[in-house]
Design a protein around this ligand. Structure first.
Ligand SMILES: O=C(O)CCC(=O)C(=O)O
Ligand SMILES: [Fe+2]
Length: 368
């Protein structure tokens, strides 16, 4: 068979956003200036709504099946249906762990460029330091530098891209990821229960789950009205856990009823969102919702984002218990590894990532 040739992606020279900001603090190069319809100021933002807060202490063993327990479970169900986003408090991860990951991430981004470029993200890939999801020379760029790493399962790690400075980076990321994995497993149990399902249904489906972390650093921008920190997108994960570093500007916004709702950083909370995979598994009962990040004139911002997803061998499709009654099967079945590759190429082309799996007519035979 003839070898498949993949044409190299031509993205031109991409400036490092921190360096741009240092060299020309009052200008925004045209490649970052959004078309009018995409600008933060021409899209409607509202501060009168807030994502729901779920208190995980209400789910502790001694509360099981209590009034408090069931009330929090209903709140969780409503958050996943109506927002696709919520924040959790009393999540069980020690503050010291959250602070140490913020510290090493900040120290990494503050290193000289040559140091960070020792771990480069190649065009068309999503591991290492650089600009993810750049596919052409005329695409608008996000006002953001990223460090992205696959963390679990162990064989997916590309050790060459793990920073060696600060020296504790890998050790701290390791501890952080173990804690985030436990949190995701716990959340998937409560999410299953909130749907009236067996509590282990999602954890069993995910198998040896994939965990990838992305650290997003947004320098201040002299024209936050013209640029985006991160373009609107939904996540390809099952669940995403997002930590907004303390002292950061408000940047994350979630689309709700066609309005962008900002999410204030909260010292005691982690932001959780439903990814494309959980939308498919629940046959659309729970939603993977679009979100974006905006920038600030004077303040910088750091977010640490973990994507928790099924093992690449897993066949993903609506689970039979969510099909039927007045809910026909809404998505086709596919392999999660294929989907992850599809996600990257579709995001590279600026497309909605989940569209390929949506069935336009009811074809139950493709589901079961
Ligand atoms: O920085 C943020 O708050 C948004 C990050 C995000 O959505 C992502 O990395 O997928
Ligand atoms: Fe995201």
């Amino acid at each position: 068979m003839a070898p498949v040739s993949i044409s190299p992606i031509k993205v031109g020279h991409i400036d490092d956003v921190q360096e741009l900001r240092k060299a020309r603090p009052t200008t925004v190069p045209p490649r970052y200036v959004r078309d009018i319809s995409e600008r933060p100021t021409t899209t409607t933002t509202t501060s009168s709504m807030h994502i729901p807060t779920i208190d995980l202490s209400k789910f502790s063993g001694e509360n099981i099946n209590s009034y408090q327990f069931n009330r929090e479970l209903s709140k969780l169900a409503a958050s996943c249906k109506e927002w696709g986003f919520f924040q959790v408090i009393n999540h069980g991860i020690e503050r010291e762990i959250l602070e140490s990951i913020e510290k090493v991430a900040t120290e990494f981004f503050m290193l000289p460029l040559e140091e960070k470029q020792k771990f480069p993200m190649a065009p068309g890939t999503v591991q290492g330091y650089g600009h993810a999801f750049v596919f052409s020379e005329d695409q608008k760029l996000d006002w953001c530098n990223m460090l992205a790493l696959a963390v679990e399962p162990f064989f997916m790690r590309n050790h060459k891209l793990w920073p060696t400075k600060p020296t504790k980076f890998s050790e701290i990321l390791e501890i952080y990821s173990v804690n985030i994995r436990r949190l995701c497993q716990k959340l998937l149990r409560f999410i299953a229960m909130s749907l009236g399902s067996n509590k282990d249904v999602f954890n069993e489906k995910f198998g040896n789950a994939v965990q990838a972390v992305r650290m997003n650093y947004y320098p201040p921008c002299s024209r936050p009205d013209l640029v985006l920190g991160l373009s609107p997108h939904s996540d390809g994960s099952g669940l995403t856990v997002l930590q907004q570093a303390m002292g950061s500007s408000v940047g994350l916004q979630v689309l709700k009823d066609d309005k962008w709702v900002p999410i204030q950083p909260n010292r005691n909370a982690l932001v959780i969102n439903i990814g494309d995979t959980l939308e498919v598994l629940t046959n659309g009962k729970y939603k993977s919702v679009e979100h974006r990040a905006v920038t600030h004139k004077e303040k910088d911002r750091l977010s640490i984002v973990t994507f928790y997803a099924p093992s690449y061998e897993v066949e993903v499709g609506p689970l039979p218990e969510f099909i039927g009654g007045n809910r026909p099967c809404m998505y086709k079945k596919y392999n999660h590894g294929d989907y992850s590759r599809h996600y990257i190429t579709n995001k590279l082309q600026g497309k909605k990532t989940l569209d390929f799996a949506k069935l336009s007519t009811q074809v139950d035979s493709k589901c079961i």
